[in-house]
Design a protein around this ligand. Structure first.
Ligand SMILES: NC(=O)C1=CN([C@@H]2O[C@H](COP(=O)(O)OP(=O)(O)OC[C@H]3O[C@@H](n4cnc5c(N)ncnc54)[C@H](OP(=O)(O)O)[C@@H]3O)[C@@H](O)[C@H]2O)C=CC1
Ligand SMILES: CC(=O)[C@@H](O)[C@H](O)COP(=O)(O)O
Ligand SMILES: [Mn+2]
Length: 382
């Protein structure tokens, strides 16, 4: 029996993780969880799974929830609470499904307690990949990818990361605006941007898909998870999201992982690796029904955020932290209706231009740069 601590239980990945747990109660149990502000959904999850420890964002919510929760459940709050949930003594595996770089401290804390981490929260690897991988290696902890592309690569490598890989090829759906020119992006709305063609996901990642920053973040995520230089990472436009990613080896042989777009598959694989089990309510892939799959070369002039991410990754040091923090704030401003869609990339570009890079940043420096970038991008006039 695996004992799970789930960070971000009320989100898109969080609720799909709960579906996986419901389907395999004899193998997986939930002992601790966190949520943000969705208290009503949180309460119904708590009543169903009866976790021993729960963290919410706000102190007031913790007080109110404690009165409604079953007697065996302790409710805590805030960033320190998130770390407590990630290090809860009964849990052996942490699923990190929070959004944004708030996931960094609990990930580091979980690793230091030698808990395996199933990681969906890509922002953590982007902002401080060298620290996370360094600690995972030091403590002998497995970081199991949940992101569909990285799970695909992980499956193609079949646990062997020392194979002679010549290229990782990440597929990209193109997001909500893949058929629009840059000129046509001028007047797009929040609702249009949130309408992803293939996946139903949280708001922030859906906007990231539309700007192509999601793929940019995934390039940096792949660099760290698979120890791969940026020259050996490619992105391929593939509108159907059926091939989730590919690995090319030195003999030009290419392995791909395919499946219908369903995040329960990579979530479950991260939790049951190296074993595979039936995934409930998951559709079989029938290639004959699809007939054709499409592939196009990625145009970095059309999707500038992908270019920014490669640049930030190659520069390294504190630049990926700036890329990530600027993106988190720019997307937040877009979702609040403060800026246009195209202003997202403009803000990120300006934040990167204004930043003086520092090499080999410590955790404290990353936190400082993250904070300063957020303040800067929040106040930049556009
Ligand atoms: N959704 C998907 O299909 C995929 C997502 N990912 C990655 O997984 C991560 C989660 O994405 P997704 O599930 O879509 O996101 P959602 O926005 O749907 O969920 C985010 C979760 O984090 C909680 N949360 C939000 N802000 C905070 C905070 N400041 N402190 C603590 N908890 C917080 C939310 O709580 P509440 O709602 O209660 O406020 C919610 O439980 C992201 O890094 C994303 O890039 C990767 C691949 C696919
Ligand atoms: C499901 C998943 O892993 C997302 O990150 C997905 O990849 C988004 O799709 P695109 O970024 O390819 O549009
Ligand atoms: Mn992905």
């Amino acid at each position: 029996m695996k004992k799970i601590s789930l960070l971000g239980a009320t989100g898109s990945i969080g609720t799909q993780t709960l579906e996986v747990l419901r389907a395999h109660p004899e193998k997986l149990s939930l002992v601790a969880l966190s949520l943000g502000r969705n208290i009503s959904l949180g309460l119904s999850i708590i009543n169903e799974f009866k976790p021993k420890l729960v963290c919410v964002l706000e102190q007031e919510d913790a007080k109110n929830l404690q009165e409604l929760a079953p007697s065996g459940t302790k409710i805590i709050f805030g960033e320190e609470g998130l770390v407590e949930v990630a290090t809860y003594h009964e849990a052996d595996t942490v699923v990190n499904a929070v959004i944004g770089s708030v996931g960094l401290l609990p990930t580091l804390a979980a690793i230091r307690e030698r808990k395996n981490v199933a990681i969906a929260n890509k922002e953590t690897l982007v902002t401080a990949g060298h620290l996370v991988m360094g600690e995972a290696n030091k403590y002998g902890v497995n970081l199991l990818p949940v992101d569909s592309e990285h799970s695909a690569i992980f499956q193609c490598l079949n646990g062997d990361r020392n194979n002679d890989i010549s290229r990782l090829i990440l597929t990209a759906s193109g997001g909500s605006f893949r058929d629009k020119t840059r000129e046509e992006l001028q007047g797009v709305t929040i609702e249009d941007a949130l309408n992803h063609p293939n996946w139903s996901m949280g708001a922030k990642i859906t906007i990231d898909s539309a700007t192509m920053m999601n793929k940019g973040l995934e390039v940096i995520e792949a660099h760290w998870l698979f120890n791969m230089p940026y020259e050996k990472i490619d992105v391929l436009l593939h509108k159907e999201s059926i091939i989730h990613s590919l690995v090319e080896f030195s003999d030009n042989s290419v392995l791909a992982q395919l499946g219908t777009p369903d995040m329960k598959v990579p979530i479950q694989y991260a939790l049951t690796y190296p074993n595979r089990y039936n995934v409930e309510n998951s559709e079989q892939l029938q290639l004959w029904q699809l007939g054709t799959l499409h592939f196009e070369k990625m145009d970095v002039n059309r999707f500038k955020c992908l270019d920014f991410a490669f640049e930030a990754g190659r520069i390294g040091g504190t630049m990926p932290t700036v890329l990530n923090a600027a993106n988190e704030i720019a997307v937040d401003r877009f979702l609040k209706g403060e800026i246009s869609f195209l202003a997202i990339e403009e803000l990120i570009e300006r934040a990167m231009e204004m930043h003086n890079v520092l090499p080999h940043p410590s955790l404290e420096l990353i936190q400082e740069v993250d904070q300063k970038t957020r303040e800067r991008v929040r106040s930049l006039q556009i």
